[in-house]
Design a protein. Structure first.
Length: 250
């Protein structure tokens, strides 16, 4: 485990020592701030019973725009930069297992992703304190939103890690991850097909990341959504491991 934690610290150190990491956080907070301002305008004009977390994380496009753009930038350097800089061979010949490398890179990216969202939740908590209204931010909805960000983010990050393992170009890795992310989000969009396709609709809802995020933002933890995101994350990590394993023995 000592080697694993050392690799995770290495990944976090690279993320925070590089200008890219701060650009990602700043750009994400800029978009999130714009979405929050739009949310305040809507709250001042119309009364609603929906939790504020649901309005921000599921109804608007800002959250999905941040997620789809942020995760490719975070993961694009994971393996691609190692290959471009010539450190990949050293890493692969070190006394560490393939799974340790894959999981350490995923864990480092995942922790950086979660840390980048903390300032946003700090702002929401500050608004709740200033407003003096406890119902402004329901603790259950906030906890569900945090879990939703973690599970959906894990899905997108694992896909980005897989894309990075396929190439030595960070640009290609980012574009591949971006296309996968857009595809996953677009597959969640479907027209209302009526009662005749109710069964098909339930199947689509099961794999819909936007539908999952709505439930999470309401404070509803659906076990099927948790299983789905864990399964997709493990699947992409398995594919990444297979790519790393094949390259090690070339």
């Amino acid at each position: 485990m000592g080697v694993f934690f050392a690799l995770v610290r290495r990944e976090l150190g690279i993320a925070f020592n590089a200008l890219t990491g701060y650009v990602v956080v700043s750009f994400s907070l800029l978009l999130a701030g714009g979405g929050l301002m739009d949310l305040m305008v809507r709250l001042n004009s119309d009364r609603t019973d929906a939790p504020i977390t649901e309005m921000f994380f599921s109804e608007g496009l800002i959250f999905w725009l941040i997620l789809i753009l942020m995760t490719p930038v975070i993961t694009m350097r994971s393996f691609a930069a190692e290959k471009a800089l010539g450190t990949y061979e050293s890493l692969m010949t070190a006394p560490v297992g393939d799974w340790q490398v894959v999981l350490a890179k995923f864990t480092g990216a995942f922790l950086f992703f979660l840390l980048s969202w903390l300032p946003m939740f700090g702002v929401l908590l500050g608004l709740r304190q200033v407003s003096g209204q406890a119902e402004f931010l329901d603790p259950l909805a906030l906890s569900g939103s945090l879990l939703g960000i973690a599970f959906v983010g894990g899905t997108y990050l694992s896909a980005g890690l897989f894309a990075s393992s396929l190439t030595r170009s960070q640009i290609i890795a980012a574009m591949t991850s971006l296309l996968i992310g857009i595809g996953v989000w677009a597959s969640s969009l479907r027209p209302d097909t009526g009662a005749s396709s109710e069964r098909w609709g339930r199947i689509l809802d099961h794999i819909s990341v936007t539908h999952h995020m709505v439930d999470f933002a309401r404070g509803m933890i659906d076990g099927r959504a948790v299983v789905f995101h864990l399964s997709v994350t493990i699947f992409f990590l398995f594919l990444t491991h297979r790519v790393v394993e094949m390259r090690r023995w070339k």
